[in-house]
Ligand binder design. Structure first.
Ligand SMILES: [Fe+2]
Length: 415
């Protein structure tokens, strides 16, 4: 078989610009995230004051909302547009093609999670309708996961033809996020934590080619949200993806105009929309970083809801990067030896087991879609105690919210 050129592949799969929704005129007021201009980050001792100023700007957000936005990071509009066009074509592939590249099974309920990572974690497609939501409704989201893209083995992955034609760009994009943007962000975190610059990178996130156990890792996801019909939408109260916290290190999401992503306000517990800044990344702290900082940085709860009426007929496309620390690292603050955390009292609580990130990541994955976890009244799931830590922390702002207190007020599932 003769190999098609990239232009021929693009023609075959109708690779074309993704049409974003116009800004909403609904009058909904999104939250203002602290924005970090990464072009102000420069290496070298002479630029330390500039890095310190950036770190100072970030600290409050990382320790409360757990969300920031990053601008001027070095990826330009054209690169985003090209990748969104490719992502659109991958996510439009018919189910007959998807079936050869499934990340798990067709339905979450059929997944044997004692042996499978599920479609949330495995490479390939999570088909539409994989998750069962409330009242018999199934999700309208399709995603495609990439794994191992920080290593040469990525190029041996079995991927659909249209992805294969653009694998180099996909790898370059995710590697740049990890090795440049994430690395700079971890250096700003070192400054906040008063530990040597480079400590978090060297010990938690650096990539050693081919050594998966001792490398920082990441998973890429192209994710397309289709509109849900109004009947189904009413049955799930307009909630497209229920509130949750991410498991890894830092999550990077491309900003897009549809008002849909909400974060749970750290101070009030109210849901707030995240607004749009073109070409920016929305970045959130995930569980691993919360534990590594002894709870100082917050892995905050976020969800995706139905958009306002004037954006309902558009599809929402996001490119996500879930960075994770190396699986062998400890997820508590002791190895950091941070004077700042000690001063503020963010030390390892006695009830936290000494575990690795890998243990947390695997165990939390087993909770996805579990009925006894999600079968709760209201937004908040039943709480699960994993290695002395709650699987999601919905009460971070309540200073006295101990595990004893959680047991008194909520159903806590003990594993
Ligand atoms: Fe998330």
């Amino acid at each position: 078989m003769t190999q098609l050129s990239v232009a021929e592949v693009d023609k075959k799969y109708n690779v074309r610009p993704f049409v974003e929704a116009p800004p909403s005129k609904s009058g909904l007021v999104p939250i203002e995230l602290e924005s970090v201009d990464l072009s102000l980050f420069k290496e070298g001792i002479e630029h330390l004051p500039a890095r310190q100023a950036l770190a100072k700007k970030l600290e409050k957000s990382l320790s409360t909302y757990g969300f920031i936005s990053i601008i001027n990071h070095g990826i330009d509009t054209e690169e985003f547009e090209n990748l969104k066009a490719v992502a659109q074509s991958i996510l439009e592939l018919p189910v007959e093609v998807q079936k050869d590249y499934l990340a798990g099974t067709w339905k979450s309920d059929l997944e044997d999670r004692s042996i499978s990572l599920g479609a949330e974690r495995g490479p390939g497609f999570k088909p539409k309708g994989y998750w069962s939501m409330k009242n018999g409704v199934e999700d309208s989201i399709i995603h495609y996961n990439f794994t191992k893209m920080l290593h040469p083995a990525f190029f041996d992955s079995k991927v659909p033809e249209v992805a294969q034609a653009h694998l180099k760009e996909i790898a370059d994009y995710y590697r740049y996020i990890h090795n440049e943007i994430l690395r700079k962000l971890t250096i700003l975190c070192d400054i906040i934590l008063e530990i040597p610059e480079g400590f978090l990178w060297e010990n938690y996130y650096k990539v050693i080619e081919g050594d998966y156990e001792n490398s920082g890792q990441g998973a890429g996801r192209f994710m397309l949200y289709h509109n849900m019909n109004s009947e189904d939408e009413a049955k799930v109260d307009g909630n497209w993806l229920r509130g949750h916290s991410d498991s890894g290190g830092f999550t990077f999401i491309t900003s897009q105009p549809i008002l849909s992503l909400q974060i749970r306000d750290y101070f009030t517990g109210m849901w707030k929309y995240v607004g749009h800044t073109p070409n920016s990344f929305i970045v959130n702290i995930a569980d691993g970083m919360e534990f590594i900082t002894g709870g100082y940085f917050k892995s905050s709860i976020h969800r995706v809801v139905s958009p306002p009426d004037d954006q309902k007929n558009y599809r929402r496309l996001v490119l996500i990067y879930f960075s994770t620390p190396k699986t062998s690292c400890r997820v508590d603050p002791e190895p950091l030896n941070s004077p700042k955390l000690k001063r503020l009292g963010f030390v390892k609580p006695d009830e936290w087991d000494k575990i690795t990130f890998g243990q947390w990541y695997e165990e939390k994955a087993r909770l996805f879609g579990k009925k006894n976890v999600n079968d709760s009244k209201g937004d908040e799931p039943n709480l699960v105690l994993l290695y002395g830590r709650l699987h999601e922390r919905w009460h971070q702002a309540e200073a006295n919210f101990t595990i004893q207190e959680a047991r008194k007020r909520f159903k806590v599932i003990e594993l």
